[in-house]
Design a protein around this ligand. Structure first.
Ligand code: AMP
Ligand code: GLY
Length: 423
């Protein structure tokens, strides 16, 4: 079978490595992939948002199955366009990807179907938003409606900060059209949990839970990033909470999407906060998380391609999806300065013996050398019997990978360890 994976980061590398375990897979193309994946996939220089070129490539090369991983092409309708050419795909159609593509849509969906989330107001007029903020409870959270490279959420600790955020989105248009509409919502507190799920629109199968580390610095300080590391499972996510989430959040969301004529097929990511008043949805993503995928898929015991094809075919209830009871930790190695300014072009050395544990995100090949080419350069994942062992083993991997200007957090998993102790 010839498979095509659209996207080019660590998440896509993890998906590709897992798909390769199926002996029926003869060839995997990554569009565009990155130089660090060259041993696992054939790199094709077509951008993830270039839908016409993606479809053209798939048709000309007789692709049997396509996986569209990033949010942008999903929201732009890559799956719809591939399906029109009868290429089976993993991922939601555009009308379902809107669950991530528009925060106004997802908040209104949750309100309509009674799915627990932060209280909120929607604004399309800046003056109305500013006057609402004169009396709104503080802290408050300002969200741009559309996709904003994961940066469209501002937690404002003061009224002035909140108003500045509104002006930057609605007047200065820092996120372009994504800021035409904004959501102002209640500030919630509690541990955060990421739950990715497989769904064919009828059945929803949650994957093992995970915990992201979004801030750039140790002890959750510094700027928000795309994610500096992950552990799975997330110790805050107990079996009782999982059962409650299934009843109150996962199934109601799948049914709501179907009822709206927007049946969701693919990976639906639930970003949850475990508040004193129960689990609430912080965000939905229409795709696998990055770097959650780099800890979740290594723990998947079932064959990924089989599960994905069941999602596409609407037969998910007929396949077994099992996860190991081990623990995984992924530490992201970034370029110093990320998420703002950083240098690139430094040579990366990864010992061959550990290459299977490394998911490369931002690198390119040049004259046979692998060079840093992004903010997040790679993730090193270890799987072990205990969380402590997984953390130690992933840092041991990090110690064997060299490139100048490297930066990583030294406390990935520390909070999860504390949660285990508090039990
Ligand atoms: P999002 O892009 O929606 O995942 O938001 C980024 C981060 O902002 C989340 O991971 C949370 O840490 C935080 N956040 C988003 N919404 C809220 C909220 N209503 N209350 C508190 N924190 C939030
Ligand atoms: N790690 C968060 C995300 O993928 O959105």
């Amino acid at each position: 079978m010839k498979i095509m994976v659209v996207g080019g980061g660590g998440r896509e590398h993890a998906i590709i490595k897992k798909l390769k375990e199926n002996p029926a897979v003869s060839e995997i193309y990554a569009l565009p992939g990155n130089g660090g994946m060259a041993n696992d996939a054939t790199l094709v220089p077509i951008g993830a948002k270039d839908i016409d070129a993606i479809v053209d490539f798939a048709v000309k090369n007789g692709i049997d199955y396509a996986v569209v991983a990033p949010d942008d092409p999903l929201v732009l309708g890559a799956v719809d366009a591939l399906q029109e050419k009868n290429i089976p795909c993993f991922g939601p159609e555009a009308k379902a990807a809107i669950i991530e593509g528009s925060k106004v849509f997802s908040k209104n969906l949750m309100k309509k179907y009674g799915i627990p989330t932060a209280a909120y107001e929607v604004f399309n007029d800046m003056d109305a938003a500013l006057s609402y903020l004169d009396t709104a409870p503080i802290p408050t959270v300002i969200k741009a409606d559309g996709l904003a490279l994961g940066k469209g959420v501002i937690i404002a600790m003061t009224r002035e900060e909140a108003k500045d955020a509104v002006r930057s989105m609605m007047e200065d248009k820092v996120f372009g059209k994504s800021g035409d509409n904004i959501v102002i919502e209640e500030f919630l507190t509690g541990p955060e949990v990421s739950v990715l799920s497989f769904t064919d629109g009828e059945t929803v199968v949650p994957m093992i839970s995970s915990m992201d580390h979004k801030r750039a610095g140790d002890n959750d300080t510094g700027l928000n990033t795309g994610g500096m590391g992950t552990v799975a499972p997330n110790p805050y996510y107990t079996a009782d909470i999982a059962a409650q989430c299934m009843e109150e959040i996962f199934l109601p969301t799948i049914r709501a999407m179907k009822a709206e004529g927007r049946t969701f097929k693919g990976c639906l990511y639930f970003g949850l906060m475990l508040t004193a008043n129960g689990p609430k949805v912080i965000e939905y993503n229409c795709r696998f998380g990055d770097p959650e995928t780099q800890v979740v898929l290594p723990l998947l015991e079932s064959d990924l391609l089989t599960v994905m094809q069941a999602v596409t075919g609407g037969t998910l209830s007929e396949v077994d999806v099992t996860f190991s009871d081990k623990h995984a930790c992924c530490v992201i190695m970034a370029s110093k300065g990320y998420p703002t300014a950083y240098e690139k072009g430094y040579e990366i050395t990864i010992p061959a013996a550990i290459a299977d544990n490394v998911y490369v995100a931002g690198a390119k090949l040049s004259d046979g050398k692998l060079l840093t080419d992004g903010g997040r350069v790679l993730g090193a994942t270890a799987v072990a019997d205990s969380l402590a062992d997984a953390i130690n083993a992933s840092y041991a991997l990090v110690g064997q990978i060299q490139f100048d200007n490297k930066y990583y957090r030294t406390d990935i998993g520390a909070r999860a360890m504390l949660a285990q102790v508090e039990g």
